[in-house]
Design a protein around this ligand. Structure first.
Ligand code: LLP
Length: 426
């Protein structure tokens, strides 16, 4: 986060508040959100992609306060379930500025989206085309839709593996001809308003060459559709996936550089394909909210295991951040409540769950005097941590605290044991 500094007593501060005070007031673990940083990231993306629509991908983290921030900062919103749609609507987000994703949207979800007047629905299967066409006919409405195209490019983490990813559940295959067939079917039926094509190649991407291949392939399809049906689609969505720095090894591009490269790619591919440049949109999630949050934990035990490794256990774990266990993701950690002059010690930060894979930070140098009661901050936890949190071992999920200009407020309250027990009807 941008507003993080060290106070005179050595404690980290975020948004003008000391983590020591925040820990006392709200308890640990807690997700601390630097609201100024989140707002700045929204603005950076909106400014960099001026002329394009920037959809914040709500799956990365969604709650009403964040929906309002995203709206105030001029972004659009991508939701992918009825639940996310409900949060967005409850926060008063303008439905016409929402896009609705998902590979298995139910009739109930599509009905809700139509009734709410969601701005566009991204079609993902032939069954969905049939379902939505029937619903739109019944209601006499003409919803705007995009077709999600699987371009055969998978970009994940630092790797870029061309052609590797035809074999997955999302979208219509380009190579197999399904994407063309879907577009033709929607156009010929003329019940849905086909605005354009969509492609999302993966997440935590650092290299724009994946977007280049995706744009080229999607625009070739667009030219093919024009040649077959005389219709030139007016929109192009290249999805999200822009990488962030989790550790010092990661070197993400700033939003203006990304925007410049992507605009250039789209323009030159359009020229090649003889197409007018469509209205562009992108769907960043992680790059908007990821860096704006760190998780604050308290150390409970420090264990030296036979001189092999030191395990530092904190009061959360894989239930508030599954990414290390699930994706082998890398994070860093720092003692947040004080500074120490002690020698660095190579440690592993682990949680409190009954599972040896419950690792938060695989390797980190912590001061050798790290001890129970120390506060520990793990940065970069804004995206896909609270949103993927679980109640494994009946551990209640941590709150999200927004801090700005010396003021803090709870935007998602801490779950309680009573919350968990309230579901148990036995
Ligand atoms: N648009 C679409 C259609 C998507 O499927 C996604 C992410 C995004 C946008 C946003 O991607 P972002 O900019 O946040 O990378 N749980 C995984 C990430 C899953 C991403 C799923 N789709 C993780 O923790 O890394």
């Amino acid at each position: 986060p941008r507003t993080v500094t060290r106070a005179d007593d050595g404690a980290l501060t975020i948004g003008g508040r000391s983590v020591r005070e925040l820990a006392t007031e709200y308890g640990t673990p807690a997700y601390l959100l630097d609201e100024a940083d989140l707002r700045a990231r929204c603005r950076d993306f909106a400014a960099a992609f001026a002329g394009a629509d920037v959809y914040y991908a709500g799956k990365s983290f969604l709650c009403k306060a964040v929906v309002r921030i995203v709206a105030e900062e001029g972004l659009f919103l991508d939701v992918c379930t009825g639940g996310e749609l409900a949060v967005a609507l409850a926060a008063g987000f303008p439905p016409e500025r929402m896009g609705f994703h998902g590979n298995n949207k139910s009739t109930a979800e599509l009905t809700r989206a139509l009734d709410a007047g969601v701005g566009r629905i991204i079609l993902d299967s032939f069954h969905e085309i049939d379902r939505l066409t029937a619903l739109a006919r019944e209601r006499g409405v003409r919803p705007a839709v995009l077709i999600r195209v699987t371009v055969g490019v998978e970009a994940h983490t630092h790797e870029f593996i061309a052609t590797a990813h035809e074999d997955q559940k999302f979208g219509f295959s380009l190579a197999g001809g399904a994407a063309f067939e879907a577009a033709v079917r929607v156009l010929d039926d003329d019940v849905l308003d086909l605005r354009g094509l969509h492609s999302h190649i993966g997440s935590q991407i650092f290299d724009t060459s994946g977007f280049e291949v995706a744009a080229r392939r999607v625009l070739e399809l667009q030219a093919q559709i024009r040649d077959a049906r005389g219709v030139e689609l007016v929109e192009l969505d290249l999805g999200g996936g822009f990488g962030i720095a989790y550790t010092t090894q990661d070197d993400p591009s700033p939003a203006p550089d990304l925007a410049k490269r992507i605009n250039k790619i789209v323009e030159s591919e359009c020229e090649l394909a003889g197409l007018r440049v469509p209205k562009l949109s992108v769907e960043p999630g992680r790059a908007i909210v990821g860096p704006a949050v760190f998780t604050l934990y308290e150390v409970g035990t420090v264990k030296d295991v036979d001189g092999i490794r030191t395990y530092v256990s904190v009061d959360g774990g894989m239930s508030d951040n599954i990414r290390t266990a699930l994706y082998d993701a890398s994070y860093s950690a720092t003692v947040a409540g004080r500074v120490s002059a002690a020698e660095p010690l190579l440690a592993r930060v682990v949680g409190k769950h009954c599972e040896s894979g419950d690792i938060l930070v695989k390797d980190e140098f912590l001061p050798a005097d790290v001890q129970p009661g120390d506060l520990l901050a793990v940065p970069g936890t804004g995206a896909y941590c609270r949103s993927m949190a679980s109640n494994y071992n009946h551990v209640p999920r941590p709150p999200v605290i927004a801090v700005r200009d010396g003021e803090s407020r709870v935007i998602v309250r801490r779950e309680t044991e009573a919350d968990l027990l309230s579901l148990d009807v036995g």
